[in-house]
Write a protein that binds this ligand. Structure first.
Ligand code: C2E
Ligand code: MG
Ligand code: MG
Length: 642
């Protein structure tokens, strides 16, 4: 009697598995899943489908030509098919990055059910406990056959639990897809238990695996299309799981000023060069994977490298970057910044990591940066940002005034308004520290508006003009100039306090010229038309762009204290001869150009006398007064200007 097994589904499974294998080999990016577990799963599925078909044919013709072949296929099927759930568990462990948590004993434990199944399969010819052939030669399940189901169930259940438990460390959507495909693979096992001749199991499994292949294993979304290594998204996914692990090696490699190269060499050549860099980094060490984290920043991530080996790697990278990279006719070197990161002790949070990854390149020479330092600077920055926001909310910023002495009249004729942040808990925070931060996060616009309002109010309320104060110097950040509504906003304040614009001198720093010159000039023109006057602040600290000075309507040039101090140190009253020549000539040159000269940082009478001799117009510095609160300033001028 022939038994009718339905092998149609198995044949379909073979076709699907073959398509999957072809797909994996045709897509280069898929081979990047270095682990190969997934390929092993697909191949196991293929072999078990073939073995299932062969054993089904052999089993359906009991006492056929060759019992040996029938037996062989049955064993082959059972050995290969039982391997599948085990491989799926390993696969889940791998893609969820759980390998760090597992020790050898865990792997032994994981292998135990499979080993038990294999043991009973190996001795089955003697015991006939798994399967046997009845007196008619028909294949029958033995007493221990349920053991196979138990082992498979254990593996599938563990895999599902892991997927659910760690879904967030991967991607919730992908975890859901994985779970869905697992369920699709499990349901037919139940159907087949009831209808043993309907060989549905492998077919459904292959459909499930195809789903995993197209959704999870499809690496298109995690490969950088241009450099062909893993992309930033892949890095963030992968590194999440590795953050708290001791043996992770993470090297961040940053190439300098990629935007600049992009514009000079062209985007196409640049992407060719970066591809070269990426390829070299990717092949550097088989234990490390290379990730392109955008903007010329790369990461190498791997496990189990000793200190010595990481040092050696860094050296090799530095050495390689000493030499040029080539693409087509282009040959160029890239300065590089390398940072080795101890993820467990330094990074703690993803935010810190992103910071080290994204912070632009600082030095022009290749160098090694210290992750701990970056993180602590960053934490301080976060604190300062918090204090700025708190002060803005509570309106607790203060404006202090530093008197400016006019040589001509011998009186205090103006003052510089300087913002102060004094926190209840952290005390005085220097504007040198918080203004650059406020410029970066944009809060300087609000701070600037507060200062301007406060100065106008103060000037009007105390009728400073009657106390001999012709105007107040207010620092204007270039970021404020980017604000299209600036003139409108200032205008409103002036109207509110019935103040004329020429009572305010806006100070713009020299380095502002290196920013967006067009917007700055436009804003300054509009402000000038409204009646404001301008001073150039910190002259001598940046790269003095003379043409920029001519474009702007500056009335006063404020020489930075560093120029004065190099020429005459406030403590020793000695100085550099060349610095003295520079000071003298700068003052003379500016005077000939009809600018008025103000020197900051005058701390001693000797410095004052020197500057008087050199023909300076205005003096500002501790010799006259430090910046003081408004009330103190009023008391001061009432006495001095009396
Ligand atoms: P700045 O505009 O060049 O201001 C002059 C700085 O030099 C002030 O520092 C002042 O206290 C200091 N200074 C003046 N004379 C002496 C002296 O004789 N010896 C010494 N050692 N220092 C002297 P401060 O107040 O710390 O301000 C630092 C910088 O912060 C300012 O430099 C300015 O760029 C910025 N800043 C201050 N207030 C504001 C503001 O309201 N808006 C903007 N955008 N920036 C501000
Ligand atoms: Mg200033
Ligand atoms: Mg200054």
């Amino acid at each position: 009697m022939d038994i009718l097994y339905n092998i149609d589904f198995d044949i379909a499974a073979i076709v699907i598995s073959l398509i999957a294998v072809f797909y994996i080999f045709s897509k280069k990016s898929l081979q990047k899943s270095s682990n190969g577990i997934f390929l092993a799963i697909i191949l196991t599925g293929l072999v078990s489908a073939v073995a299932d078909v062969c054993s089904a044919i052999a089993n359906s013709r009991p006492n056929g030509e060759s019992f040996a072949i029938q037996n062989l296929f049955n064993y082959l099927y059972l050995f290969v098919h039982n391997l599948l759930p085990y491989l799926i568990l390993l696969y889940v462990i791998y893609i969820f990055n759980l390998t760090h948590y597992l020790k050898k004993k865990h792997y032994i434990l994981i292998t135990l059910p499979l080993a038990t199944v294999y043991f009973f399969l190996l001795i089955n010819t003697l015991t006939q406990l798994v399967f046997y052939y009845d007196e008619n030669g028909i294949y029958q399940h033995g007493l221990l056959f349920p053991l196979l189901y138990t082992s498979a169930a254990l593996y599938m259940l563990s895999s599902m639990i892991l997927v659910i438990r760690f879904r967030k460390s991967f991607s919730v959507q992908k975890s859901a897809a994985l779970l869905f495909y697992m369920i699709i693979s499990v349901i037919p096992v139940i159907i087949q238990a009831m209808h043993p001749y309907l060989l549905l199991e492998i077919f459904c499994q292959s459909i499930g695996l195809m789903g995993i292949l197209l959704s999870i294993e499809n690496k298109d979304d995690i490969i950088n299309a241009s450099t062909r290594v893993f992309n930033r998204y892949a890095f963030l996914n992968r590194v999440g799981g590795a953050l708290n692990v001791d043996n992770t090696t993470l090297l961040v490699i940053k190439l300098s000023n990629i935007q600049y190269y992009n514009t000079t060499l062209g985007a196409e050549s640049m992407s060719g060069l970066l591809r070269e860099v990426a390829r070299w980094l990717d092949h550097l060490d088989s234990r490390l994977s290379c990730y392109d984290c955008d903007n010329g920043h790369f990461a190498l991530l791997g496990e189990d490298l000793t200190e010595e080996q990481s040092r050696e790697l860094k050296k090799r990278i530095f050495d390689r970057f000493e030499n040029p990279w080539g693409h087509g006719t282009f040959l160029t070197t890239f300065p590089v910044e390398i940072c080795q990161i101890k993820t467990k002790t330094v990074i703690h949070t993803m935010e810190n990591l992103l910071l080290i990854l994204d912070l632009p390149f600082e030095e022009l020479n290749s160098c090694e940066i210290d992750a701990a330092e970056v993180v602590s600077t960053y934490q301080r920055r976060i604190l300062v940002e918090r204090l700025i926001n708190k002060a803005l909310e509570k309106k607790s910023f203060q404006v202090w005034y530093q008197p400016i002495w006019d040589k001509c009249s011998g009186r205090i004729h103006s003052a510089e308004a300087l913002v102060r942040l004094i926190d209840d808990e952290f005390g005085f925070i220097s504007p040198e520290e918080f203004i650059p931060i406020a410029e970066q996060n944009g809060t300087v616009i609000e701070i600037g508006a507060f200062v301007f309002d406060e100065v106008c109010r103060f000037y009007q309320e105390h009728v400073l003009s009657l106390l001999g104060i012709d105007y107040v110097e207010v620092n204007l950040s270039v970021v404020q100039c980017m604000n299209q509504r600036l003139v409108e906003a200032f205008d409103k304040v002036l109207t509110r306090y019935h103040l004329s614009a020429d009572r305010i001198n806006l100070e713009i720093t020299e380095s502002a010229a290196s920013g967006n010159k067009y917007t700055l000039t436009e804003s300054v023109r509009a402000l000038e038309a409204r009646g404001f006057r301008f001073s150039l602040d910190d002259y001598g600290t940046g790269y003095s762009n003379i043409s920029y000075m001519f474009d702007m309507p500056f009335k006063i040039i404020k020489l930075d204290k560093s120029i004065l101090w190099s020429a005459m140190d406030p403590k020793t009253h000695t100085g550099d001869k060349n610095a003295m020549i520079l000071l003298e000539h700068t003052i003379r040159m500016m005077k000939e150009m009809h600018y008025e000269i103000l020197v900051e940082g005058v701390e001693t009478v000797e410095q004052k006398m020197l500057l008087e001799r050199l023909g300076c117009d205005y003096f500002q510095g501790y010799y006259f007064s430090k910046p003081v609160p408004g009330d103190t300033f009023l008391d001061f001028i009432k006495v001095v200007n009396a």
